[in-house]
Design a protein around this ligand. Structure first.
Ligand code: PEP
Length: 256
């Protein structure tokens, strides 16, 4: 990464794992292992685990995030959670447009944009996920798709609001599969995202935006991935459920 213009962020995405008591135990285990990290450390947890996560992380360098948020402020949207609800609960970050939400829950580029706008307008930091499927990659659409998804997600987001947006490049074929993009593929994908931001906001602004890589990042491959100039940390699924592995990734980003 380019440490002169941006800071690495390592964010865990717990997906649908851990009960509240397991949350407390895992964060207590992680706290001493990630203390003093030279990168931002975030854990995005299921809604029900947020109070336990916020309490366990208090006084540490771990920030808490949610895994989704609704774009309306309030109303008849059964089962949904608003920005204000998250903020009042101590949440600082939110994952938006994860490929599992796009794949299983009808998330579209339009709703990703609405959620991103709601998050930044309401004072949350958005971790917006983009990424191509294997079929799209094999057809040669990776650059086009990443630029399209990035620009769609950022429609009507101002340059000032962009300071509270992180983009996570997550090739769908690498998520939860154990197949990691090579460091060069990650750097290239992140580069396409940064180029899209440059086209929309200018190169100087694009240099300041944190672009993470996500997709089977683990204790063994993190150092090589974050050594790439465009890889500003990672969004970590499976390996964020193991304190020792997660702390190795945090260390790699601190030193990278
Ligand atoms: C993710 O959930 O965003 C992710 C990258 O998962 P995994 O690290 O398990 O591939």
């Amino acid at each position: 990464m380019n440490k002169a213009t941006r800071k690495a962020v390592i964010a865990g995405n717990w997906k649908m794992n851990k009960t509240p008591s397991e949350t407390t135990a895992l964060i207590n285990e992680m706290k001493p292992l990630v203390a003093g990290a030279d990168c931002d450390v975030v854990l995005c947890v299921p809604y029900i685990d947020i109070p336990a996560a916020v309490a366990a992380a208090e006084g540490s360098n771990i920030k808490i995030g949610a895994e989704n948020v609704h774009f309306k402020a309030s109303g008849a949207y059964t089962g949904e959670v608003s920005v204000d609800m998250l903020k009042e609960s101590g949440v600082e970050y939110v994952v938006i447009g994860h490929s599992e939400r796009r794949q299983y829950f009808g998330e579209t580029d339009q709703t990703v944009n609405l959620r991103t706008l709601a998050a930044v307008n309401g004072g949350l930091k958005a971790i917006v996920c983009v990424g191509e499927t294997l079929e799209q990659r094999e057809l040669g659409y990776t650059e086009t798709l990443l630029k399209y998804q990035t620009k769609m997600a950022l429609t009507n987001v101002t340059a000032e609001q962009l300071k509270n947006v992180i983009i996570a490049y997550e090739p769908v074929w690498a998520i939860g599969t154990g197949v990691t993009a090579t460091a060069d593929q990650a750097d290239e994908g992140n580069g396409y995202v940064r180029a899209a931001i440059a086209e929309a906001y200018g190169a100087e602004v694009a240099e300041t935006v944190t672009v993470q890589y996500g997709g089977s990042m683990n204790a063994g491959n993190a150092a090589e991935l974050v050594s790439k100039v465009n890889v500003d940390g990672g969004l970590i699924g499976g390996a964020s459920l193991k304190a020792a592995d997660f702390s190795v990734i945090v260390k790699a980003a601190s030193e990278g």
